[in-house]
Design a binder for this molecule. Sequence first.
Ligand SMILES: NC(=O)c1ccc[n+]([C@@H]2O[C@H](COP(=O)([O-])OP(=O)(O)OC[C@H]3O[C@@H](n4cnc5c(N)ncnc54)[C@H](OP(=O)(O)O)[C@@H]3O)[C@@H](O)[C@H]2O)c1
Length: 167
Amino acid sequence: MLAFIWAEDSQHGIGYQGQLPWHMPADMKFFKETTMGNTIVAGSKTFATFKRPLPKRKNIVLTSQDAQNFPADVIVCHSVEEVLAQYKQNPDQKMFILGGAQLFRDFLPYATDLYRTTIEHEFEIDTYMPEVDYSHFILSDFVEGEVDEKNHYPYHFEHYTRVEPQE
Ligand SMILES: NC(=O)c1ccc[n+]([C@@H]2O[C@H](COP(=O)([O-])OP(=O)(O)OC[C@H]3O[C@@H](n4cnc5c(N)ncnc54)[C@H](OP(=O)(O)O)[C@@H]3O)[C@@H](O)[C@H]2O)c1
């Protein structure tokens, strides 16, 4: 499985000033549980938002920078093809593309699954999710999130699965 996992607001916004535009612990928990034990792939700017490689996951970063700029336990890739080669080495693995926008654009033809969290609110945004043609996917799971004192906005989780063979 080569999956996307992301959260977007009601305008498909995903980022603001290099960070997530919201604080939604329930989505962080979902992200952690879904990616744990698997491979994660981040663009260098998204990777920079983590203080360190995410524990108990194989961390891949996509960058044009020298590998020495990243921690030793991170796999540094310099092209989409290099990441896909990592995936093809073991297609039974679960590989999650974490973003940002350029990675979502570049990997979309290869994505088998999409894990989308929608936060039903309009935030201040400077980074958007590229357009996804959902007609290539079926909705295989939908869960309404619980609004509480820590998660202030209505939100829901969706899992889409590709209906035709990916590239
Ligand atoms: N809501 C969400 O689920 C979510 C998910 C992810 C990110 N975000 C947000 O989105 C923002 C960051 O996203 P972003 O789109 O600005 O940046 P990004 O995709 O995380 O990082 C961009 C960088 O990735 C590297 N890169 C991308 N494609 C490459 C390629 N084909 N070959 C080599 N290197 C490549 C380049 O790094 P170098 O410059 O090092 O060469 C590029 O500058 C932040 O605000 C973050 O919080 C939100």
